[in-house]
Write a protein that binds this ligand. Sequence first.
Ligand SMILES: Nc1ncnc2c1ncn2[C@@H]1O[C@H](COP(=O)(O)OP(=O)(O)OP(=O)(O)O)[C@@H](O)[C@H]1O
Ligand SMILES: [Mg+2]
Length: 229
Amino acid sequence: MLEIRDLRTGYGPIEVVHGIDLDVREGECVALIGANGAGKSSTLKTVCGLLPARSGQIRFDGQDITNRKGHAIVQAGITMCPEGRQVFPGMTVMQNLRLGAYARKGADLDWMLDMFPILRERANQAAGTLSGGEQEMLAIARALMSQPRLCIFDEPSLGLAPKIVAEVAQTIASIKAMGMTILLVEQNSLMALRLADRAYLFEAGEIVLEGTGAELQTHPEVVKAYLGH
Ligand SMILES: Nc1ncnc2c1ncn2[C@@H]1O[C@H](COP(=O)(O)OP(=O)(O)OP(=O)(O)O)[C@@H](O)[C@H]1O
Ligand SMILES: [Mg+2]
């Protein structure tokens, strides 16, 4: 579904992703893991049209989407649930959800509120008054409102208490069970590898390892550097 070939990207004079190849097949959950600054978020931003590709190609459903504008990429069916949630704090939960549907018509608000009962309870509350975990649920629900075919998550567990991290992982697992295709970046490597059908290890702007989630969970290099046991 998503094919990235020899992609390079960066900021100003500095290249931070040095020619990566990456695939996400329909229905898969693919995780990107790796240290701080390895280029994971920059890769996601480039897929979503928020950071220009310097060279290489990004194809979605066989269509070249390299360097298309962000809204065109949402329309093509890719939505990102961004790092730090980025809900609109002064707007209500409902208004945040409606914004998620802005770029694509026909999203089902009721269905979304059935899926996230806590958001129904909080529907008319300002998003800024929600807990971190609730804001993450809102960010996920808002992303789903655009009815994506590929849903991208950047650090969904960041800053959340362990119990809430488990809930977020459960939510991502149920979205996957519904048939959603997922590309996931997570500092919590164990969570990422448990959720992932396949995963890629990033180091300094390159992909150095690739395998199934289960394979990477037992790979000596990954265990030593990222799983801490
Ligand atoms: N807006 C920016 N301007 C300049 N350099 C940036 C910018 N954002 C990221 N970088 C640099 O690009 C490199 C890759 O960063 P990126 O955010 O893609 O890494 P990451 O793998 O997502 O790391 P993290 O796990 O910390 O989120 C880093 O060296 C970072 O300092
Ligand atoms: Mg990042």
